[in-house]
Each structure stands twice: as C-alpha cells, then as structure tokens.
Design a protein around this ligand. Structure first.
Ligand code: FAD
Ligand code: SIN
Length: 527
C-alpha cells in the first residue's frame, strides 16, 4: 500500500492482523498532511450534541452534494473512532469534567463544540502514536523514500489480454535509484494524500502532489468531483513562511477577521460571521482583497489574552513569534490558500475503487462525505472510519496472486535526464496558472485559457517523460499536471456554482438534482 499518513497507517495496522503489509512512502515516514493537522477531529462527544446535528452540519456545508449514506457511516462511527485512537495511545487534550472528558473546540460550520484535539498539534500527536504502532508491528515493512510511480495492471504485466483489469500492486522508485521496483500485492490501498501542490499557494506539505489520484486515473479508475478544491481562509501571509496554517479553531475561540483599517466584514457575508463555512469565508476574503487591492487581511486574536493563547495554541504562538509576530498583541496577516481536495478516487462505502484490487482512503479518495465543500475537521474522521472499513473489506476479498511477470517496468531507450530546468519551469507555470485561472473565483474564459495552456504543458511533459529515465521530480510534475487537468475539466463540466466551485458565468446553483462529476480515462496506460 502507498502512504504513511493517518489513512495509510490505520489500513496497514488492520490489514496486518491477517497478512503481511508493505507500506511504500515517499519521504520520511511522518511527512504528510496528517502531521501538520492542527484543529482536530470532529465527532459527537458533548451532551448537547447528536448524530443528527453533525450529519445536518456536514450536509449543509457540502452544498447539497454529499452522499448521505457515507455521511451517516462517518458520523455514527465517530465516537467509536475516537475511542479506538485513545486506546491506541493518542493523547487528546482533556476537558474540565473529570479524566474521561475531552476539551472540545468549535470550527466554522459546526453548530456545536465537537472538535477533539491535542492542543494545536493534533495531527502530530496522532502520527506519533500511529507510527510507533506501525514500526513495532512485525507484519508491516515500511519502505521510506520510495516514490510510487504507477499502479501495476495484471493485463499489462502478464501480457494476458484476457486477464481482466485488476490492480496487482505498484511500481516504485527506491531512494537514489533510477531502477524501478515492482511491489506485487493481492490488494493495493492508495493513501497518498492531497493535491494542494497543484496551486501556487497552499497549506499542504511538499508530498501533496496528487500522486494517488493521478496514478489511479492513469490506470483507468473513476475519479470524482475534482473541481472542489477547498481554500483555507487563514494561512500566514509572510515572505519567509512556506504554507503555515493558522487554525480555524483560533476563530472558534473568538479570533476575528479584519481589514487594514481594523473594521470587520464577515457579518456582511454570512449570519455565522467569521465562523461561516470555509467556502464562504475564503470567498469573502478574496472579494475584500480584490476590492481594496491589499495582499492580505488580518486575523485579530488579541482579545483572547496571552495565557489562553499560549495554552490553546502553543505551536501557532511559537511559530508566529519566529516570524516576528506576537499574536497576543498584534494582528496576524492571513490569506486563503489551497488546502484540501474534496474529490479524488471514487470509492464506495468500503473504500473500493472502480478497479478490482484497488482500494483508496484518506484525502486521495472521494467517499462523497464532503460533497461540494468539506466541513472543518471531518477529514481526519473520514480517514479513520473509511480506512478501517477498507482494510476489513480487503481482507474479506483477498485472493492469492498467481502471476508470471512477462512485462516488467521497462525504461526502453530512455537516458538520464539532461536538464532539470524543464521540470522547474513547468512545475512553476502549472501552479501559477491554476492559482490565477482556476482559483477561488472561476470563469468560462479563465477555464478555457487554463485548458489550452495545460494541453501544451502536458505534451512537453509527456515527451520528456518518455525520453528520459524516471526521477521522483518528474513523477511529481506529471502528477500535478494530471490533477490540474482533472480539476480544469471537472470545473468546466459543472455549469453552476456550488460549494467550493464558483464560476462568475454561472453564479447560481443549478435547479436540477445535483450530480457528481465523474472522469475516467478512455485509453489505459501503465507507465
Ligand atoms: P497524508 O497524511 O497527507 O499522507 C500521505 C502519505 O502518502 C504520506 O506518507 C506521503 O509521503 C505519501 N505519498 C504521497 N505520494 C506518494 C508516492 N508517490 N509514493 C509513496 N508515498 C507517497 N483535517 C482535519 O480533519 N482536521 C484538521 O485539523 C486538519 N488540519 C490540517 C492542517 C494542515 C496544515 C493540512 C495541510 C491539512 C489539515 N487537515 C485537517 C486535512 C488532513 O490533515 C488531511 O486530509 C489528512 O491528514 C490526510 O491524511 P492522508 O493519510 O490521506 O494523507
Ligand atoms: C484547521 O485547523 O483550521 C484545519 C482544520 C481542517 O482543515 O479541517
């Protein structure tokens, strides 16, 4: 399986109860979005909360596009998921009502306090615990610094055209090598995370180049709802800060968005003000920035007091101080940035993709729980609930592999790459054009321009890919190009504005029953 974030490790731990698991991961084992998650994990915990309320909030944020059965599964398994994490050793911040109570934060779009957290480093605490569990499991082997390149299709590797389209593992590039290795498996789980790196400004770490989505698409799997890229409203605006997030929980505790002159503006856009769902807040900031010509807005938390800030948000407080901002006394300059892809590899309630043998979970999958806009802190919950279900299903459907490899990975006549500059330039151009043409506010003209540019870039990348031996940079470039095209194509296909997709040429929600946007590659390729 691919990926060692929350989704990948939870799948591996459950699958290892009955079999052996190879975990392929691109960098050091903890490096992924999970490790940077701040706010927490949403679940019904408080006495005044209920499954009905959490479901209703999720559906409302999702703009009418959530798959309700999936939302129900996620929400109703929430408390059990939290208990299982606690049992594994995750230390959540305790509440004031005795040892079993948990401190609950509030975030945008939630009608109750239900964000369970470890101060403001929830992801790091979860990853710490899960990595330790995984490393001590003798049925799991972790391959760090291995970049998965493509899925292995049975028909291609055996040369049997009647073998049926089944995924039987992945090709991966070991560290410092140009020789591709085959990892064969009766079940392959993709948990390669998000695709924030498709955009110039993102909260995501570098691993988030949409590899899982691109690999699955190339192999012929169905991909869904790629137009719904969520922009987080409050990433730090600072010349030296690369993708640092200021958690929504800060607004949950009273942080207020302000313009340069100190005036507030969110009350003009939504009755929930600064705690409106993320699509509303990010769009409002975008409008205000365009109106004023300023590059950022402010988040003011000074009313909270130094003691509370240091206790509740120790990581954010210390990080901002490093950049010369004391959030206890100064306002924080913030901008929206690409944060979370709601679409991905289309899966059912058991994490099964449209290709036999291929399962997916976490951010690279689309279970449908987020619809057109994810409710804050629902993604970690989705990752726990659906990865565990996928592991159960994969064990149930497990079939011994009996394969004779006739066509291993072949580099053909490819030679070592001559110039890195092509990769750097294309990488930069894709991310800039996606930011400018396919960002928070879209139009038909911008989408058309983006499509035309991407066709040229993709041709150049394709030629380079087949002429030169594969490197991890080249693989990532090819993947962000694929994801960018999937986002453009999906955005162009949606002739309405809904949730995170806002097109000025179709500013209203369509009147017809909302539909998912599905894309499947017509011609399948294995490399
Ligand atoms: P990740 O944790 O991103 O892991 C992906 C794994 O795949 C990594 O190990 C990576 O190395 C590996 N990988 C990628 N490509 C390859 C490849 N080609 N070959 C091999 N390995 C590969 N959500 C919440 O619910 N609550 C929050 O508070 C929250 N805060 C967030 C804060 C930040 C700054 C960010 C970026 C996201 C936040 N999110 C939050 C979203 C959430 O963290 C992610 O959606 C979730 O952690 C994704 O988990 P994952 O296991 O799917 O992917
Ligand atoms: C945050 O802490 O603001 C991120 C929460 C999320 O992305 O769900």
């Amino acid at each position: 399986m691919v990926g060692s974030g929350m989704a990948g490790i939870l799948f591996a731990l459950d699958a290892a109860k009955k079999g052996t698991v190879a975990v392929i991961t691109k960098r050091e084992v903890s490096e992924g979005s999970t490790n940077y998650a701040q706010g927490g994990i949403a679940a019904v915990w408080a006495d005044d909360d209920s499954f009905e309320l959490h479901i209703a909030d999720t559906l409302k944020a999702g703009g009418g596009l959530c798959r309700e059965p999936a939302v129900k599964v996620m929400v109703e398994n929430g408390p059990r998921a939290i208990e299982s994490l606690i049992k594994m050793g995750v230390r959540f911040t305790a509440g004031s009502r005795g040892s079993s109570s948990l401190d609950l934060h509030k975030e945008g779009g939630h009608s109750r306090r239900r964000i369970i957290h470890s101060a403001d480093f929830t992801g790091r605490e979860i990853e710490r615990c899960l990595v330790a569990k995984m490393k001590s499991n003798s049925n799991i082997t972790v391959f760090e610094d291995h970049a998965a390149i493509d899925l292995i299709l049975k028909s291609k590797i055996t040369g049997e055209s009647n073998a049926g389209e089944r995924v039987v593992g992945v090709f991966a590039l070991p560290p410092g090598s140009r020789e591709v290795k085959s990892f064969l498996a009766p079940a392959t789980f993709l948990a390669a995370g998000g695709a924030g790196k498709v955009y110039l400004y993102t909260s995501n770490p570098d691993i988030a180049s949409g590899d899982g989505i691109a690999m699955a698409y190339r192999a012929g799997a169905k991909v869904a709802n790629m137009e719904f890229m969520q922009f987080h409203p409050t990433c730090l605006y600072h010349a030296e800060a690369k993708s640092f997030l200021v958690s929504e929980a800060v607004r949950g505790e009273g942080g207020t968005l302000k313009l340069m002159d100190g005036s507030t503006f969110m009350e003009k856009y939504h009755p929930m003000g600064c705690l409106a769902p993320r699509d509303v807040v990010a769009k409002a900031i975008d409008v205000e920035m365009k109106k004023s010509g300023n590059d950022f807005v402010y988040l003011d938390v000074t009313g909270l007091g130094k003691k509370t800030i240091q206790k509740k948000f120790p990581t954010i407080y210390k990080t901002l101080l490093k950049y010369g901002i004391d959030m206890a006394t100064e306002m924080i300059p913030v901008v929206p940035a690409a944060h979370y892809i709601c679409g991905g590899i289309d899966v059912d309630l058991w994490g099964r993709s449209s290709l036999p043998g291929l399962y997916a979970g976490g951010e690279n999958s689309c279970t449908g729980v987020h619809g057109a806009n994810r409710l804050a802190s629902n993604s970690l919950l989705e990752a726990v609930v659906f990865s565990k279900r996928a592991a159960g299903k994969a064990l149930e459907e497990w079939e011994r592999l009996d394969i004779e490899i006739k066509n291993p990975w072949s580099s053909g006549d490819a030679v070592d790459p001559d110039e890195q500059v092509i990769i750097t330039l294309n990488w930069d151009e894709i991310r800039r054009l996606m930011w400018s043409y396919v960002g928070i506010v879209r139009s038909n003209k911008r989408l058309k321009r983006a499509k035309t540019r991407m066709e040229i870039l993709k041709k150049e990348i394709r030629e380079y890919y087949w002429d030169f031996k594969v490197t991890s940079d080249l693989v990532e470039l090819r993947n962000i190009a694929t994801c960018a095209s999937l986002i453009i194509e999906s955005a162009a296909a949606r002739k309405e504005s809904r949730g995170l997709h806002y097109n000025i040429d179709f500013p209203k929600r369509g009147s017809k029953e909302p539909k998912d946007t599905f894309l499947t590659k017509k011609e399948k390729s294995n490399g």
